[in-house]
Design a protein around this ligand. Structure first.
Ligand code: SF4
Length: 380
């Protein structure tokens, strides 16, 4: 019997996707294996232009607040954490320090914080509730995008509460939305190598399922380029797309490459993805996630030049003008940018910059005019 080759060519796949057919896992894998970056990027850009304003790119002004670096989970790709008992370098930020960071963010027109930290056995759910309540009492409109699924899971286990009850208590205290950190690759073979003590794939997804069920929105991420196969990247994306079909809540998908410096895993991974591969994966993500509205480029890990180019490979958002970043910079990657830099980079890529909030609502539809109107501060 003749063997029928069911493998579609890249151009067949792209043409069907542009016609509205959902990208299958097999076809996504074919695209991952392809080197046809320009064709895939062009198709991703076309889809991006159907889902978002073709003339605009959004960004947010916020800051990372890493409230503690003490962690018991020992992920071997992490250069940020310190073990409990590290009196020299372990820390928990006092409330007053967190308030000062929020005030700095508000002073430059920021709207929220991405607050994540280690799995610190000293901090029970009441510590988080007190913190969120205190923040909301002082800054009621400040958005707390906080606690990735592994942190929520750790807090729930320590408190002996269900995930649903943990989220509902944290939400009542002031948690607004949940970032997609700690997703890495949602395949347990990979997770066992990267972080054997961390939440498994089903648990990560269950936190997001419960959050979405309670009406909370979240983001989805992928950290790749370490020990996973291309098929496992597709499996990761499939699990996110399935959950989004079941109970929507992911606002955006953000992918980035493993940052190896100062990490245990970095000693064993010989090659990390090139910029070519980064752009390819991002473009495929735009084609694959027909049910997630926004794709964000990751200038923090790729640098602003690739972050800018990525705006023509399916991304409609440049992420955050961050006042502070500690996790990626611990792994040897430090990129900084101001609102002026963001506006210049977006404008030079051919788009109008738009400042948004965490819900992707417009905060400032002409940030360049605001910059021009800002008083000139003479250096002292
Ligand atoms: S990635 Fe998060 S959970 Fe893992 S060791 Fe670092 S701080 Fe802990």
């Amino acid at each position: 019997m003749a063997v029928v080759d069911t493998t579609r060519t890249v151009s067949e796949i792209l043409s069907r996707t542009l016609d509205g057919e959902r990208l299958s896992d097999a076809d996504a894998l074919t695209l991952m294996q392809s080197r046809d970056l320009v064709a895939i990027g062009t198709a991703a850009n076309e889809i991006r232009n159907r889902k978002a304003n073709p003339g605009e790119v959004t960004y947010i002004v916020d800051r990372n607040i890493n409230y503690t670096n003490v962690c018991v989970t020992d992920c071997n790709f992490c250069a940020f954490y310190r073990k409990p008992g590290d009196v020299r370098e372990g820390y928990v930020l006092p409330h007053q320090v967190i308030f000062a960071k929020i005030e700095e963010t508000l002073a430059i027109g920021g709207t929220g914080a991405l607050m994540q930290g280690g799995h610190n056995p000293e901090l029970g759910i009441d510590w988080y509730e007190e913190l969120f309540r205190a923040v909301k009492e002082r800054y009621p409109k400040f958005h707390m995008h906080a606690l990735s699924p592994p942190e929520v899971m750790y807090i729930s286990r320590r408190a002996g509460l269900s995930i649903a009850d943990t989220i509902s208590r944290l939400r009542d205290a002031g948690l607004d939305s949940i970032p997609g950190g700690g997703g890495e690759i949602l395949v347990d073979r990979v997770r066992t190598i990267l972080a054997p003590k961390k939440t498994k794939s089903d648990e990560w997804l269950e936190v997001m399922r419960q959050a979405h069920r309670q009406g909370m929105t979240t983001s989805a991420t992928m950290m790749y380029g370490h020990v996973e196969t291309l098929a496992e990247r597709v499996e990761h994306m499939r699990r996110l797309r399935e959950l989004q079909d079941e109970v929507p809540g992911f606002r955006a998908f953000i992918s980035w490459t493993f940052q190896p410096d100062n990490t245990e895993l970095g000693k064993t991974v010989n090659e990390t993805p090139t910029s070519f591969e980064y752009l390819l994966v991002q473009a495929i993500s735009r084609l694959y996630f027909d049910n997630i509205p926004h794709i964000q480029s990751s200038w923090v890990t790729q640098g602003m030049k690739i972050g800018q180019v990525a705006l023509h490979f399916g991304a409609d958002d440049l992420g955050s003008v961050m006042l502070e970043e500690n996790v990626v910079s611990s792994a040897g990657t430090t990129h900084r940018a101001t609102t002026e830099d963001f506006c210049r980079v977006i404008r030079n890529a051919g788009y109008k910059p738009i400042q948004r909030d965490t819900y992707y609502r417009v905060v400032n539809d002409d940030p360049e005019a605001s910059l021009r109107a800002a008083p000139v501060v003479e250096p002292v």
